[in-house]
Design a protein around this ligand. Structure first.
Ligand SMILES: Cc1ncc(COP(=O)(O)O)c(C=O)c1O
Length: 473
């Protein structure tokens, strides 16, 4: 569903473009939409996440329009986990996007933002009873991922006196990807091996059993099958293979139960292409060679059409759950340079850390870094951009940068997805603020964490207090 009055998007002109609404302005500084990032850093402090509302809308519309062009009956469900800010969810609602929720909290945030529950799905391998209650009470589709989940859903549905919308998460065989190399961030193995090694999904036999049992229950509405490749391949073909395999399963389910899934949800894992690249250091995915949303849409649509025709199935509704491809390019992370140390290497310490760009540490992820001011200076030295944590805290090893000094700002691009939402507090660091930029307006959408927020969770048992104050002296 598209909002009736779609806000027109008019990208500013930039000297160097990193996105439609992110680039180097005529003053030589980094800009997000109509805001100079140096001004934002001074006004709101660092470390700081900055999200461009218009960039988010823009990337969403690229996916939506590409899929509609090639497959009209399609729906984009934003993967909320990639950035579960309340304001972000509101923007997605304005755009008419649905959502993929993991857990009670993500579901609560989406419902609180007023998202149409019929455009939300609840995924998860170990759903709690309170999650099921919230989903059924509000009418979300629950994608089943355990054999006992159907009975647990049925119990809650009966207790609440409400029918439940259900889907089934599949454990696709993905045999056609048996020889396709896997993706570096997921470790060794082929794509099929990587997919088979995850905890997700129900086998064909389990799927058939679940459908047959659901068919005997009054309060169960079978809505969709679901799969999430999670491979972030920078090729579109594996996604088309997945879509085709899902239709093949629909044929299998029909042959064994009579039920034909009216909708297939092909999950997330979609990449985005940037001329400077982003992704695992050993295998940068989101570079010039990444498929466009149009490539993805065309190949997936072709695969679905071909397989439905072959099996004599009706065309299903198509849902997809892009997260990082929508939120990633919409945001940057900004830090201030502190101590610069010349030793075997040049270490440029920042207040930003791998607590805030956690994929840089856990997945050896490359985030492209740019100085925020005076960007025309030659990038004539190789430095390691590091954070203040007690581990190596490498945000950006071996980067070509101009001379950087205490007080300068540096921004990491494409940090709108899985940065705020997976930020950590190691070394009792405080979580950064997030600012939403819309044109020349900037507003805080996530408050900077304060020491009191961290301290308020700690408790000291009374016997330890007494010991502390009396011992030792
Ligand atoms: C079920 C499901 N859908 C969608 C996504 C979003 O993936 P991405 O952000 O790579 O598009 C995930 C990510 O973990 C997921 O688990």
């Amino acid at each position: 569903m598209t909002s009736l009055m779609e806000i027109p998007l008019n990208p500013p002109s930039y000297e160097t473009r990193y996105g439609a609404f992110i680039g180097i302005g005529s003053n030589g500084n980094l800009w997000v939409d109509g805001c100079d990032v140096a001004d934002l850093a001074r006004q709101f402090g660092t470390p700081l996440f900055v999200i461009s509302e218009n960039e988010l809308r823009h990337t969403y519309r690229q996916f939506r329009d590409a899929f509609r062009r090639h497959y009209e009956n399609s729906e984009i469900l934003f993967a909320n986990k990639s950035n579960n800010g309340l304001a972000i969810r509101h923007i997605m609602n304005h755009e008419g996007a649905g959502g993929d929720c993991f857990g009670a909290q993500e579901m609560y945030i989406a419902l609180l933002a007023g998202t149409n529950a019929k455009t939300l799905v609840l995924n998860g391998s170990n759903k709690q009873t309170d999650e099921l209650e919230m989903a059924i009470a509000n009418g979300l589709c629950i994608n089943i991922d355990a054999m006992d989940e159907l009975d647990r859903i049925a119990d809650v549905a009966e207790r609440l006196g409400k029918p439940a919308d259900i889907g089934i998460r599949l454990a696709l065989d993905l045999d056609p990807l048996a020889d396709v190399p896997g993706v570096a961030m997921h470790g060794p193995g082929t794509m099929k091996e990587q997919s088979d090694s995850t905890k997700w999904g129900m086998t064909r036999e389990q799927t058939v059993e679940l459908v047959k049992r659901a068919q005997t229950m009054d309060n169960m509405n079978l809505k969709e099958t679901h799969f999430h490749l999670s491979r972030m391949s920078n090729k579109a073909e594996p996604f088309a293979v997945m879509a085709r395999e899902m239709i093949a399963w629909s044929g299998y389910i029909r042959d064994h139960t009579g039920w034909i899934p009216p909708c297939i949800d092909i999950g997330g894992g979609w990449t985005f292409g940037k001329w400077y690249g982003t992704g695992p250091n050993s295998q940068i995915d989101d570079d010039k060679s990444a498929p466009t949303p149009d490539d993805y849409a065309r190949l997936c649509a072709e695969a679905i059409r071909g397989e439905t025709e072959r099996l004599g199935l009706p065309l299903p509704k198509l849902r997809l759950e892009p997260g990082r491809a929508l939120s990633g390019p919409s945001g940057i992370a900004v830090g201030t340079v502190g101590a610069v140390k010349e030793a075997a290497k040049t270490w440029v310490n920042m207040d930003l850390s791998t607590n805030h760009l956690s994929w840089a540490a856990i997945l050896d992820w490359y985030y492209h870094a740019v100085p925020v001011t005076d960007t025309a200076r030659p990038a004539d030295r190789t430095v390691d951009l590091v954070g203040p944590l007690c581990n190596s805290d490498e945000l950006g090893p071996h980067r070509k940068m101009p001379a950087l000094a205490r007080g300068d700002f540096v921004a990491f691009l494409d940090a709108g997805g899985y940065c705020e939402s997976s930020a950590a507090r190691y070394n009792a660091q405080l979580l950064p603020a997030t600012v939403l930029v819309t044109g020349d307006r900037a507003e805080v959408i996530t408050e900077r964490e304060q020491l009191r927020d961290v301290m308020s969770r700690f408790k000291v048992p009374s016997h330890l207090m007494a010991e502390s104050f009396s011992s030792g002296a």
